[in-house]
Ligand binder design. Structure first.
Ligand code: AMP
Length: 290
């Protein structure tokens, strides 16, 4: 595995690979790898000639009161693990390399962001899309892999690829979970013991909501109310949102009569934890984007 730190070198390598008709799979990350990241990288490894992973904690997507400074980082361990996953190139640009000057062009997304995490993180997805636009131009992937744990991110990347005509196939990869069901996340390290035990109720509550759909309940208000009651009963953290929307359009729904996301976010003392389930009108879980 080769570690690349400059945009110029990364772009030269990708351009050369394209000339050789190599199929490039790309996994964008902020590092501090866990099994969720590894599943994305292994899947990319299985489906492409060349796999490129980037680690970049992108300041543009963190709000002023968010955890950019304290976001966990471990470049050495991540590098060793990426090599074990069979990654060919690990792209590790610095903030100065990615943003040498204050940018005068930034992406701005209007749809799919006034709900879920976008509502409590204004500007977050603009930052995500700005950095991804740059990374897609640098890496020139054929396929890119994103985790459905961050389902709203998958929905906005889907819009970026479609509206801005990137010749890239987007693969939404199902959420990797701990054995008790908690979605794996770099931020789980910030949970204390009691919060860690409580956090599993995000998934349990969402599963209960999905079961209501299987049992024939189609009214989102009833489902959200029950999920809220379960969370209130079992979690000390403050609920940020519980929402049910169409997926990937992220529009309000009156009935569960299409592909639907049921998602929740909870503020614990040192971390905000999110989770979601995506299902069809029968409550069956599907891989919706590829
Ligand atoms: P991050 O480093 O948090 O930006 O995540 C990099 C990629 O890994 C994103 O596409 C995430 O959605 C994905 N990811 C993070 N956690 C999980 C998980 N538990 N299961 C599946 N994908 C994940």
């Amino acid at each position: 595995m080769e570690i690349i730190r400059t945009i110029k070198q990364m772009q030269q390598i990708s351009t050369q690979l394209k000339k050789e008709y190599k199929q490039i799979g790309y996994v964008a990350t902020m590092g501090y790898f866990h099994e969720g990241h590894h599943n994305l990288m292994r899947r990319a490894r299985n489906e492409n000639d060349i796999v490129i992973t980037s680690i970049f904690v992108n300041p543009l997507q963190f709000g002023p009161n968010e955890d950019f400074e304290k976001y966990p980082r471990d470049e050495e361990k991540d590098s060793q693990e990426a090599e074990k996953d069979g990654i060919d190139y690990l792209f590790l640009p610095s903030v100065d390399e990615m943003y040498p000057n204050k940018s005068i062009i930034n992406m701005h997304i209007d749809g799919r962001v006034d709900v879920l995490c976008g509502k409590s993180r204004p500007g977050h997805f603009n930052g995500v899309l700005t950095v991804l636009t740059k990374l897609f131009h640098i890496i020139q992937p054929d396929k890119t892999y994103f985790g459905l744990k961050d389902a709203q991110q998958v929905a906005v990347v889907d819009a970026l690829i479609q509206e801005h005509n990137f010749p890239i196939e987007l693969i939404g990869v199902p959420t990797t979970r701990e054995s008790d069901g908690l979605a794996k996340s770099s931020r789980n390290v910030f949970l204390n013991r009691q919060e860690r035990e409580e956090a599993v109720w995000l998934y349990k509550s969402l599963l209960h909501g999905k079961q209501l759909v299987v049992d024939g309940v189609k009214n989102p208000d009833i489902i959200i109310k029950e999920v809220r009651e379960l969370l209130r009963e079992h979690v000390t953290g403050e609920v940020d949102y519980i929402e049910m929307l169409s997926y990937p359009e992220l529009m309000p729904i009156i009935d569960v009569d299409q592909n639907t996301i049921l998602a929740a976010a909870v503020y614990f003392k040192e971390a905000r934890i999110i989770d979601n389930i995506i299902f069809n009108s029968d409550g069956q879980i599907k891989e919706l984007i590829n």
